[in-house]
Design a protein around this ligand. Structure first.
Ligand SMILES: Nc1ncnc2c1ncn2[C@@H]1O[C@H](COP(=O)(O)OP(=O)(O)OP(=O)(O)O)[C@@H](O)[C@H]1O
Ligand SMILES: Nc1ccn([C@H]2C[C@H](O)[C@@H](COP(=O)(O)O)O2)c(=O)n1
Length: 435
């Protein structure tokens, strides 16, 4: 990841500078454009260019076959929006999620404050909007978010304080389209009185221009009139994780962890399915990127032994590819294979350790077979990798019952593995790690 960042950042910054310069932004003193939706084209040319440029750069610079490869399934970013009234504790909970679950936290307010401080051409406008408790035009905000997402090089985001009104919501859709999965909204519910107390207390040390009684009341009004309709929209879609934000921080965090669990579990299942897809297509690079380097495995092929490391598994990919190429050259291509995951269950041991169990149904014209599989995944910085695999054959249906009449059984017989080759693999796989 690290090796990709510099060029990605340079390209994103260049694209953004050019694009943002061309964004029409309303006069800070005028309300004329307030509430109007952004022109999709104007937003797209700004933020989408930055986002795309950085992603292209990242892809260009990823060295093939090294452990920096991002698993294919994870390339599409996952986003949780974080909303709640001013002072509800959004930032506080996001910080904990970053620490304990490896999310990337992007606060729209923080990005705007940093942009203002940076001496940007939009600095005065941002300062005025924040002091007035109003919502900055989305052209600016979504461009900052897109840039930060791209620069992070990561794929799992908490986007805090956004979308805060319809203009934010439309601008996001125009720029991001379907390129990002919005999992839902973490919504912190806290009464006005408690939030007012918290903000006045925070104002004693925060240095924020908007932590004063006058601006706080304006922000409360904007929250009710402009933000709540966005929350209602997601509520109707069944995608709001509502959390009581009034109790003390640790207790709210427990509820937060329960709320994010379905999202985290979904990621672990997606990682398991991505491993099956990689195995079916004999894509070793993709498979290896989804494994811990010292992954342990017990499967029929290991004859009850536990193998450690990836060499053992790579052998089957290499041999599978060789057999497929030979069959193709002989004009008898091997039948396609597809693995479906039946009834997956996920148990989260911690926010970063997931046990995924399922029946793997392997379909091909050579026959179908079911395996009981369990994969233990660990997440580092929000990226899941398999640390242990257990597979047992659970049932099969011979080729004769599924192969169409006239197809050759010879095509369906797997290439035998020589004893010598197997011995070498076992030897390598079972060797202590220190050697
Ligand atoms: N559960 C809690 N109990 C008591 N105080 C809290 C709790 N959560 C956060 N706080 C405090 O309340 C203040 C506001 O919290 P925080 O900055 O996280 O809110 P926010 O929703 O991000 O606010 P804003 O939208 O204004 O940025 C902070 O000083 C924080 O320490
Ligand atoms: N989507 C956003 C988010 C924030 N702002 C501005 C206006 C807010 O009152 C201020 C502070 O935000 P916070 O740090 O409380 O999330 O920043 C905006 O215009 N648009």
């Amino acid at each position: 990841m690290l090796s990709r960042a510099p060029r990605a950042i340079r390209l994103a910054a260049r694209a953004r500078t050019a694009a943002v310069a061309s964004i029409p932004v309303p006069d800070a003193s005028s309300d004329a454009r307030r509430g109007r939706f952004v022109a999709a084209a104007a937003v797209s040319t700004a933020a989408a260019a930055a986002f795309a440029a950085a992603n292209v750069a990242a892809a260009e610079e990823a060295p093939a076959g090294t452990d920096v490869t991002t698993p294919e399934f994870a390339k599409r970013p996952n986003v949780l929006f974080v909303l709640g009234g001013p002072g509800a504790g959004k930032g506080t909970q996001c910080e904990r999620l970053v620490k304990e679950c490896g999310f990337v936290h992007l606060s729209a307010g923080d990005l705007l404050r940093a942009e203002r401080k940076s001496g940007s051409a939009h600095g005065d406008l941002i300062a005025k909007y924040i002091l007035d408790g109003r919502i900055v035009p989305v052209e600016i905000t979504v461009s900052l978010l897109a840039k930060a997402m791209a620069e992070s090089g990561r794929t799992r985001f908490l986007i805090d304080g956004f979308p805060r009104n319809e203009n934010n919501f439309e601008g996001w859709k125009a720029v991001m389209g379907d390129s990002v999965d919005v999992e839902g909204v973490l919504f912190y519910d806290v009464d006005d009185e408690t939030r007012l107390d918290r903000l006045l207390e925070r104002g004693k040390t925060s240095g924020r221009t908007d932590d004063n009684a006058d601006t706080i009341q304006k922000r409360f009004r904007v929250f009710k009139e402009e933000t709540m309709p966005v929350v209602s929209h997601y509520d109707k879609l069944g995608r709001v994780f509502r959390i009581d934000g009034a109790p003390e921080v640790d207790q709210v965090f427990k509820a937060t962890l329960r709320a994010v669990a379905p999202v985290v579990k979904k990621e672990a299942v997606a990682a398991a399915q991505a491993m099956l897809d990689a195995a079916d297509s004999l894509d070793w690079e993709a498979y290896a990127a989804l494994c811990e380097p010292d992954m342990t495995a017990v499967e029929d092929e290991t004859h009850g032994a536990t193998v450690c490391g990836l060499e053992f598994h790579k052998f089957y990919f290499d041999e599978g590819k060789r057999a497929a190429e030979a069959a193709k050259a002989a004009g008898k291509p091997l039948p396609a294979r597809r693995s479906a995951m039946l009834s997956p269950t996920v148990s989260l041991q911690t926010p970063n350790v997931a046990v995924v169990s399922y029946t793997r149904a392997v379909q091909s014209l050579a026959g179908t077979a079911n395996f009981a599989e369990t994969r233990v995944f660990m997440a580092h910085d929000g990226v899941w990798r398999c640390a242990h695999l257990h597979r047992s054959r659970a049932g099969e249906m011979p080729a004769a019952s599924v192969a169409p009449a006239g197809s050759s059984d010879a095509l369906h017989t797997p290439a035998p593995i020589s004893k010598d080759a197997l011995d070498k693999i076992y030897e390598a796989a079972l060797r202590p790690a220190a050697e």
